[in-house]
Design a protein around this ligand. Structure first.
Ligand SMILES: Cc1cc2nc3c(=O)[nH]c(=O)nc-3n(C[C@H](O)[C@H](O)[C@H](O)COP(=O)(O)OP(=O)(O)OC[C@H]3O[C@@H](n4cnc5c(N)ncnc54)[C@H](O)[C@@H]3O)c2cc1C
Length: 450
C-alpha cells in the first residue's frame, strides 16, 4: 500500500515538473531565479571552499550556481599569505587542527588531503612551490590562484550571481530539493552547499550570516570567536614596547593550567602581543575568556637557553662586563626597548654598574627575561582575526562528504564548520578539502528523477 502511494506521489510530482517546464516562459522574475529541473547545485558563498565545491560539482555534470553577496568572488583569498596565498602545507597532522570533535578534521583530510589538493591545483594550471613545507603558487600571487579558479569555473559553465545575499534556505514544497531565498529572488537546487565562511575579516564578505542560515535549518552552532588573532594585555609598559620583534616562546595559562604554547617571532604592540606564535595560541585565550576564566600570557625572551643556563650565562657575562652600565649590559641580548622595560620592572637603574647590582635583583631580572608575565584582557576583534574558532557542530556532519546528518542534500563546508587550523596554509587546506568532497557528492545529486 505504502509502495503504491509512493509511486502515485512520484508520478504526480513528475507531472507537476512537466507542467512547470511547459509553463517555463510564463514564470515571472529574473531568468536565473527558477532553474531547470535536474542536477542543480546551489553554492551559497563564493569563497575558497565555495569555488572548490562548485568546480567539483560541475565536473560531475551538475549545473552549478554560486550565489555571492559581494561584487566579486574570492575576496578573502586575495588577502591570504600577505597576498601570496599559502594554499596548503606539506606537514600535515591532527595537531594542526582544532575542533570540539577532535577526530573530525583528519577523517576529512584522509579522504581529500594535500596530495589531492596539489593535483587539483595542478589540474587548473597552478604551478606550486614549497618553502619549508609551506606551499604557494610559484608566482607568489594570490590573484593567480583566484584567476585560475575563475577560469575553471567559467570553462565548466558555473553561473556566478554577484550582489546576491542568501537570506534563508528552505525545502522546496513542490518537489524534492531546496529553495534559496535571496536578495535577488529564489533559486532552487537539488542540493545546497553552504560555503559562507565565518565572521573573521568581514570586509572580505564573511559577515557571519552563514551561522544564521544553518541555525534556521536546525543545526547547532558552537559560539564563533576570533582565532589567529592578536592578544590584548594589561600593562602600561606596552606603549614603550611597541615595535619590538624578537624570537620568543609564548605560554598561555588559565590559573595553573597551561592552555597552549608556541615559539617564533613575537611582536610587541602598544596594546599587547602579536605575531605567529601569539596567533597560534589565541583561540585558547578566546575560549577561556569567553568562559570567564582568567588568562595569562608568559613570554620567554631567551628561548634558546633554559633558566639554569641563562643564569650561568648572565653570571659569566657579569664577570667579564661588570663594568658596563646595566642599560648597556643587556645590549646584544635583548632589544634595547625591551631591556629598558625589564630593568625598570625589576627596579634596576639603567645607569647602575652591572657588577654592583645585588644577586636577588639579578634573579628577578632573570625571571622577567625567562617568564615575562602579562594578564590577557581580550583578543582583537573578528575584523582583525584571520579565522574563527567555533561554528557548525561537526557531530551533525558526515566526514565522508560534509553532508548534513539532519538534512540530506545539504552540505556545509569551510570555515562555517567548527574546525580551525593553525597558521601555515591549514585553513585554506580545510576549505579545499571540504569544498571538493562536498562538491563531488552534491554533483551526483539528481532532483525529481530527471
Ligand atoms: C588576512 C587573512 C590572511 C589569511 N591567510 C591565509 C593563508 O595564507 N593560508 C590559509 O590557509 N588561510 C589563510 N587565511 C584563512 C582563509 O582565508 C580562510 O580560512 C578561508 O578563506 C575560508 O574559506 P571559506 O570558503 O570557508 O570562507 P570565505 O573564503 O570567507 O568565503 C565565504 C564567502 O561567502 C560569502 N558570503 C557570506 N555570507 C553570504 C551570504 N549570506 N550570501 C551570499 N554570500 C555570502 C562571502 O562574501 C565570501 O565570499 C587568511 C585569512 C585572512 C583574513
Amino acid at each position: 500500500m505504502v509502495k503504491f502511494w509512493t509511486a502515485v506521489l512520484k508520478k504526480l510530482r513528475n507531472m507537476v515538473v512537466i507542467l512547470e517546464r511547459s509553463l517555463g516562459g510564463q514564470k515571472t522574475g529574473w531568468e536565473a531565479q527558477i532553474t531547470e529541473m535536474g542536477k542543480q547545485v546551489i553554492v551559497a558563498g563564493g569563497g575558497a571552499s565555495g569555488m572548490a565545491a562548485a568546480i567539483m560539482a560541475a565536473r560531475k555534470g551538475s549545473q552549478v550556481t554560486i550565489l555571492e553577496h559581494m561584487d566579486r568572488v574570492g575576496k578573502k583569498l586575495l588577502s591570504t599569505g600577505n597576498g601570496r596565498c599559502n594554499l596548503t602545507n606539506l606537514k600535515m597532522g591532527k595537531e594542526c587542527y582544532r575542533s570540539d570533535q577532535k577526530g573530525f578534521p583528519m577523517k576529512v583530510l584522509e579522504r581529500f588531503g594535500v596530495k589531492e589538493t596539489l593535483a587539483f591545483f595542478e589540474g587548473i594550471g597552478v604551478l606550486t612551490k614549497d618553502k619549508n613545507g609551506y606551499v604557494y603558487p610559484n608566482s607568489e600571487q594570490a590573484a593567480a590562484v583566484l584567476d585560475l579558479l575563475r577560469l575553471e569555473l567559467g570553462r565548466l559553465g558555473v553561473k556566478i550571481i554577484l550582489g546576491c545575499q542568501v537570506k534563508r534556505i528552505g525545502r522546496n514544497r513542490i518537489r524534492e530539493g531546496f529553495l534559496a531565498e535571496t536578495s535577488l529572488g529564489d533559486f532552487e537546487g537539488a542540493a545546497v552547499i553552504l560555503a559562507s565562511g565565518s565572521r573573521a575579516a568581514a570586509f572580505t564578505g564573511s559577515d557571519g550570516s552563514g551561522y544564521e542560515l544553518v541555525r534556521q535549518l536546525g543545526h547547532r552552532v558552537i559560539v564563533p570567536l576570533p582565532a589567529l588573532v592578536q592578544l590584548r594585555c594589561e600593562g602600561k609598559y606596552f606603549k614603550q614596547l611597541a615595535g619590538v620583534r624578537c624570537e620568543a616562546k609564548v605560554f598561555l595559562y588559565s590559573g595553573a593550567k597551561r592552555l597552549a604554547w608556541d615559539q617564533g617571532e613575537v611582536q610587541l604592540t602598544d596594546y599587547g602581543i602579536s605575531g605567529i606564535p601569539v596567533f597560534q595560541v589565541s583561540r585558547f585565550a578566546s575560549r577561556a575568556l569567553y568562559g570567564k576564566q582568567p588568562v595569562r600570557a608568559v613570554v620567554d625572551f631567551l628561548p634558546t637557553m633554559d633558566t639554569d643556563s641563562a643564569r650561568v650565562f648572565l653570571q659569566q657575562r657579569r664577570k667579564r662586563l661588570g663594568h658596563l652600565k646595566c642599560g648597556d649590559f643587556l645590549t646584544g641580548i635583548l632589544h634595547k626597548k625591551l631591556a629598558a622595560v625589564l630593568l625598570k620592572l625589576t627596579g634596576i637603574s639603567a645607569e647602575q654598574e652591572a657588577g654592583m647590582v645585588p644577586e636577588d635583583q639579578w634573579e628577578r631580572l632573570l625571571v622577567k627575561i625567562k617568564a615575562f608575565d602579562a594578564i590577557v584582557t581580550g583578543t582583537n576583534s573578528f575584523e582583525q582575526a584571520q579565522v574563527c574558532c567555533g561554528g557548525v557542530d561537526t557531530r551533525e556532519i558526515c566526514p565522508d562528504n560534509l553532508e548534513s546528518r539532519l538534512i540530506p542534500g545539504l552540505y556545509i563546508v569551510g570555515e562555517l564548520l567548527d574546525v580551525d587550523g593553525i597558521c601555515g596554509g591549514y585553513n585554506l587546506q580545510w576549505a579545499w578539502s571540504t569544498g571538493c568532497l562536498a562538491g563531488s557528492s552534491a554533483g551526483e545529486c539528481n532532483m525529481g528523477g530527471a
